[in-house]
Design a protein around this ligand. Structure first.
Ligand SMILES: Cc1ncc(COP(=O)(O)O)c(C=O)c1O
Length: 381
């Protein structure tokens, strides 16, 4: 038997009770029964985003919500600033370029987080900038970016939007959409929301809705104006991802039962324990300001990261994530995201140690596990 463990930053494991809820027979969506679920879930999402605005649900993975953010608020010829600090920063750039938006970038070394002053200086030089697009947590580098500080910089600017990809930060790091002054935040189901992929969320500020009125980019399925009208009536414009939304109701119940504050603490503690375990072995972390979603670290030079991640998945049963682009083969990423608790961290670290030894790397077994246990022992119980 090879029992499988999913310790990659998305898709993340789905709790049993969520799976069971989603296994129930599908009901028709234009019914009061489904509308009651929809209304409850819509209300719960506002609490996670800390907003009075509607959080719209879209059928599609996180990238659908990213594209919706761009095509509903911007125009060809607009100038935007993209923080290009990894694979998903590049995605913002590519989406904008697809729609003939002029993209300026602040290019960061992978693992570095943008400084608010860099954004401030850019906006002083280019006050016509229509939007600043950022990842809250850049999953490819496992770095967290200063969302709050940048939001506060942009909040007073009526002609500039702050658009945040919160795909691995919302539900991991507390995000105060209204108070901080974020204009658009997006996220997806298969990360902190502990669901299978296929559902994404998008929230717009009043300022962003004004931009929607002026945007001329053609759109049909991802037209947020239609979704806003439909979702105000507790339904979606087109057939919703019924089973995922039913599952989401259970996920939100779990969040509120645990307490959102405790959800963030759980991610923080498991992140800290993972980092301590890796550092106990002398492994260098990739991110200077680490995200609590996942931890990236440099593998020893003698290890081919691509082969090692495949070996761990296929022979040992543990799925981590490798590196992307120029970090392919060099780094590995261990998740502590979503349905992940103390003993998932211990499993991930223990399996890593045993796997490295089996792969021919000499390390002291249990050293990382012990470092993680020292942190986690105060957290359990
Ligand atoms: C930060 C970030 N942005 C965007 C995406 C893309 O989301 P999706 O694969 O759900 O389209 C991901 C997925 O890993 C991500 O982690």
């Amino acid at each position: 038997m090879l029992k499988k463990y999913l310790i990659a930053p998305g898709p993340t494991p789905v709790p049993e009770k969520v799976l069971l809820e989603m296994a129930k027979p599908v009901i028709h969506h234009r019914t009061s029964e489904f509308e009651a679920v929809f209304a409850e879930v819509a209300d719960g999402l506002k609490k996670v985003f800390n907003t009075k605005q509607d959080v719209l649900m879209l059928a599609g993975s996180g990238t659908a919500a990213m594209e919706a953010a761009v095509i509903n608020t911007l125009n060809p010829g607009d100038t935007v600033l993209v923080i290009n600090a990894g694979k998903f920063g590049q995605r913002w750039r590519d989406i904008c370029k697809t729609f003939d938006i002029n993209v300026s970038t602040i290019d960061m070394d992978w693992g570095c987080s943008v400084k608010p002053a860099q954004v401030e200086e850019f906006l002083i030089s280019y006050p016509e900038t229509k939007a600043v697009l950022l990842q809250g947590s850049e999953t490819s580098t496992t770095a967290y970016h200063p969302v709050e500080e940048i939001a506060k910089l942009i909040k007073p600017k009526d002609d500039t939007l702050f658009i945040v990809d919160g795909i691995t930060s919302i539900g991991v790091h507390e995000t105060k959409f209204d108070e901080w002054g974020i204009d658009i935040a997006v996220t997806g189901s298969q990360k902190a929301f502990m669901l299978p992929p296929g559902l994404s969320f998008i929230c717009l500020s009043e300022k962003a809705w004004k931009f929607v009125e002026e945007s001329t980019i053609p759109r049909y399925y991802l037209d947020l104006r239609k979704e806003k009208i439909a979702q105000a009536k507790a339904t979606t414009a087109y057939t919703p991802t019924l089973s995922l939304i039913n599952g989401l109701k259970v996920v939100l119940d779990m969040f509120f039962e645990e307490g959102l504050e405790n959800v963030y603490i759980r991610h923080a503690v498991n992140g800290e324990a993972t980092r301590a375990a890796l550092q106990a072995h002398g492994f260098k972390l990739l991110a200077e300001a680490p995200s609590n979603a996942a931890t990236g670290f440099y593998l020893p030079e003698s290890i081919d990261g691509g082969k090692f991640v495949k070996f761990m998945r296929e022979q040992i049963g543990v799925t981590y994530a490798g590196g992307q682009d120029h970090l392919k083969g060099k780094i590995m990423r261990i998740s502590h995201l979503g349905y992940h608790d103390t003993f998932d961290t211990i499993t991930g670290i223990s399996a890593l140690e045993m796997g490295l030894v089996k792969f021919g790397y000499d390390l002291e077994l249990g050293k990382g596990v012990a470092a993680a246990q020292k942190i986690l022992k105060d957290y359990i119980g």
